[in-house]
Design a protein around this ligand. Structure first.
Ligand code: FES
Ligand code: FES
Length: 154
């Protein structure tokens, strides 16, 4: 067993984990943070995206042991004092989801990207979100949500 300490959505957490478990499994099954979804399980779809030290990362690819000492952000940590984060608000306003399965990964990826690029070129937005697959094909509304945040006419 590994002893791990990290910060999850701003709260320090300390757990014991089997070395074989992924960060996605720890988040979902130990912390009951089920926003990040397992779909492909091999780093292809981005539906399990969380932020590790501010970087959008597929949590299915990260062994829990490698996440020790990091700061992890998940979709559950975005809203504050009952108010949605602006990225969440924009997705709701734009109706940027159908089944919603990809939405946490899409929102977290957009969040990390817009933190670093508050005034992005449209192509950069598409490139940044290209690692998250939406099987419902809601891309035009997702772009509308990003446009609401940036005003760049994506
Ligand atoms: S489930 Fe992690 S990238 Fe698809
Ligand atoms: S809204 Fe269904 S997968 Fe994207």
């Amino acid at each position: 067993m590994l002893e791990l300490e990290f910060t999850v959505n701003g709260s320090p957490r300390k757990i014991e984990s089997e070395a074989r478990l992924t960060l996605l499994e720890i988040l979902r099954e130990t912390f009951m943070l089920t926003g990040a979804k397992e779909a492909c399980g091999v780093g292809e779809c981005g539906n399990c995206m969380v932020l590790i030290d501010g970087v959008a990362t597929p949590s299915c690819l990260v062994l829990a042991g490698d996440a020790g000492g990091t700061a992890i952000e998940t979709i559950e940590g975005l809203a504050s004092d009952g108010e949605l984060d602006p990225v969440q608000r924009a997705f709701v306003d734009a109706g940027a989801f159908q089944c919603g399965f990809c939405t946490p990964g899409m929102v977290m990826t957009a969040k990390a990207f817009l933190r670093d690029n508050p005034d992005p070129e449209p192509e950069a937005v598409k490139q940044a979100l290209s690692g998250v697959l939406c099987r419902c094909g809601t891309y035009s509304r997702i772009m509308r949500a990003i446009d609401q945040l940036t005003g760049r006419g994506i």
